[in-house]
Design a protein around this ligand. Structure first.
Ligand SMILES: Nc1ncnc2c1ncn2[C@@H]1O[C@H](COP(=O)(O)OP(=O)(O)O)[C@@H](O)[C@H]1O
Ligand SMILES: [Mg+2]
Length: 591
């Protein structure tokens, strides 16, 4: 990278902000190194000869008059093989390496490259000398840990005729192809994090993004390339949801952004993902994951950039033709970083002190999700799905960050402290949550899982709605005053809450629910309700219905290992058939 010679000097340093003189030639968003330590910073504003800088690192110990050196380019991230399984900070420095280098978290001004220079990758070209290549074309592949095929692409904006191609053992900085005009293409490429990577065309969100969580797949499904906001107060389960999706959602690559949350949670993620296997491929979950870590103790500006860095990495895998997913925990901390920087800049504050551009920034960020036709050959599609936790203070969803996200997200998974208190997890409030994708996704599930999927979903939602109404009535008149059919409905809804909506993230068999199992549990709960209604119609009383054994059988089905699901489902069916003794004797069964 070229460093422009300059006489630029620091004139002011306040927290994450600095000011420098001699910056007339600087450009907006340009990266600079400040002070003798060479801390990384970014140009936020230029007024005549002076520039205001956002510093990505701790500014303690930096003095006025120390030099400022321009880097000549904006904050960019190195993209290439070796990213998967790595842990990086909000400006792309590897945390693993720095930890071993400094014995601590971060060495200020350290300039460690994102991808380890010592690593070697076997590059297998798919283009030959003389071929004409365009931006986005696959030049060749590298097999990564766990068998992931990393596709090495012609970077956006490049094209030409291949004059030489170099297969075999390559380092991250090595040339893998040379074009006729002398341009060299490497194993890696850099991309400026605040600019969306280009694609050939945007596609409709038509395919489900399978989460493996029943309440989402069944009631509030999202599409591949979709966006969802997950607001919830402290302790309502945002992090557990983000982690469960990172582990089990049907994505090829997951970028997990720990943005302003606790550091020990990220250490746990790293530890757990390394030993956990992806239920579909049996590979370590970490091998498909990139962790971007900016915990609460790290500088605020890098927290702001971490979200863009993570999205850029996801787009890069999308461009290879993969389904990437971004888990951001949480966008509230990102917005707080914006607020802090904005107030230091003495900008006119908007609602609750957030900058007036909060909503437009949130919209731009969400626009980077989507399903696309990728640039280049061979023809391929890829997607970025965005799942953002939001942490409204006091759990009040009317605050600006939640509202800004809701305005642009395609779905809302609203977390409710009352459900969390009852330990009904995931604590998703089914009355206020919604998904704009649910009709399209319902059709997809009808076609792939069961033709009655959508109908069953409608029946479950209806049951939950009537349950809420009846519970209100029961709270006034007392449950004993209800008619038998209503008592049955309350029981059926309780069973749905327990075995369909409820799912323990910590039960090894139930943490991940494939759609077939999700459907079975929903179907069986509805069948039970129907069988109960039939029995009441034939003269049974509510007290005569043997609901408890069915409920136990359903819970056993829910917690059964994958291999036992069929057997347990048959047991549930048998229990439903003998729900009422009267029916059994009618059918000539044992009594
Ligand atoms: N799906 C779940 N299954 C079991 N327990 C859960 C689940 N979701 C949340 N919990 C419980 O709630 C606690 C708080 O969840 P967490 O995700 O840390 O909340 P938040 O990030 O919203 O502050 C967890 O430690 C766990 O005990
Ligand atoms: Mg959390």
């Amino acid at each position: 990278m070229s460093s422009a010679p300059s006489s630029a000097k620091l004139t002011r340093v306040v927290g994450a902000l600095a000011e420098a003189s001699g910056m007339r030639a600087a450009t907006l968003n340009e990266l600079v190194r400040i002070g003798d330590a060479g801390l990384l910073a970014e140009v936020l504003r230029i007024t005549g000869d002076r520039a205001t800088l956002q510093v990505f690192e701790e500014t303690m110990g930096v003095s006025l008059e120390e030099p400022v050196v321009r880097e000549g380019s904006p904050l960019a991230v190195e993209l290439g093989p070796g990213l998967l399984g790595s842990v990086i900070d909000g400006i792309g420095r590897p945390l693993g390496d720095l930890a071993t280098l400094t014995g601590d978290f971060l060495l200020p001004g350290a300039n460690a490259p994102t991808i380890d220079r010592a690593r070697r990758f076997t590059f297998v070209p798919v283009v030959a000398r003389g071929a004409q290549v365009q931006q986005g074309d696959v030049l060749g592949t590298v097999l990564e840990r766990g068998g992931f095929e990393h596709r090495v692409l012609v970077p956006p904006g490049r094209q030409g005729i291949i004059a030489g191609v170099f297969g075999g053992e390559r380092g991250i900085e090595d040339v893998v192809a040379r074009l006729a005009d002398g341009t060299t293409l490497g194993l890696s490429q850099r991309w400026s994090v605040r600019r969306p990577r280009p694609s050939a065309a945007r596609l409709d969100a038509s395919r489900p993004f399978l989460t493996g969580q029943r309440i989402f797949d069944f009631l509030f499904p999202i599409a591949e390339g979709g966006t969802v906001a997950v607001p919830g107060g402290f302790g309502t389960g945002k992090t557990v949801i983000e982690q469960s999706l990172a582990k089990y959602a049907e994505a090829d690559v997951v970028v997990y952004i720990g943005c302003g949350e606790r550091g020990n949670e990220m250490a746990e993620v790293l530890h757990e993902f390394a030993r956990l296997k992806d239920p579909r491929h049996g590979r370590a979950v970490l091998d498909r994951t990139v962790l971007v870590v900016n915990t609460s103790n790290m500088p605020v500006a890098a927290r702001e950039s971490s979200v863009y860095l993570g999205l850029t990495i996801a787009e890069y895998f999308r461009d290879q033709g993969y389904r990437a997913a971004v888990m951001a925990d949480s966008l509230s901390r990102w917005a707080e970083a914006l607020r802090e920087i904005g107030s230091r800049l003495q900008e006119m504050p908007g609602e609750e002190g957030y900058p007036t551009y909060l909503a437009s920034r949130a919209a731009k960020l969400h626009e980077r999700a989507g399903r696309v036709t990728c640039l280049g050959a061979p023809k391929r599609e890829g997607s970025v799905t965005l799942i953002s936790a939001v942490s409204p203070p006091g759990g009040d969803f009317s605050e600006p960050v939640t509202q800004s996200c809701l305005r642009v997200a395609g779905a809302l998974w609203a977390l409710d402290p009352e459900l969390a208190h009852q330990r009904q997890f995931p604590a998703v409030d089914w009355h206020t949550s919604y998904s704009l994708y649910s009709d399209d996704m319902g059709r997809a599930f009808d076609a792939t899982v069961d033709p009655d999927w959508s109908k069953a979903r409608g029946a479950v939602l209806d049951l939950l709605q009537r349950d809420a109404e009846l519970r209100e009535v029961a709270s006034v008149v007392g449950p004993e005053a209800l008619e038998d059919k209503d008592r049955l409905l309350l029981q059926a809804a309780a069973i749905v809450r327990e075995v369909v909506l409820g799912q323990s993230a910590f039960d090894p068999n139930d943490a991940y629910s494939p759609p077939a199992k999700t459907y079975r549990l929903a179907r069986a709960s509805l069948d039970l309700f129907e069988a109960g209604k039939v029995a009441l119609g034939r003269g049974a009383t509510f007290a005569e219905l043997e609901l408890a054994p069915v409920r136990r059988a359903l819970a056993t089905l829910r917690d059964a290992p994958a291999g036992d699901v069929e057997v347990k489902a048959a047991e549930v069916k048998a229990r439903i058939a003998s729900l009422w003794r009267g029916a059994r004797s009618e059918a000539g069964g044992t009594s």
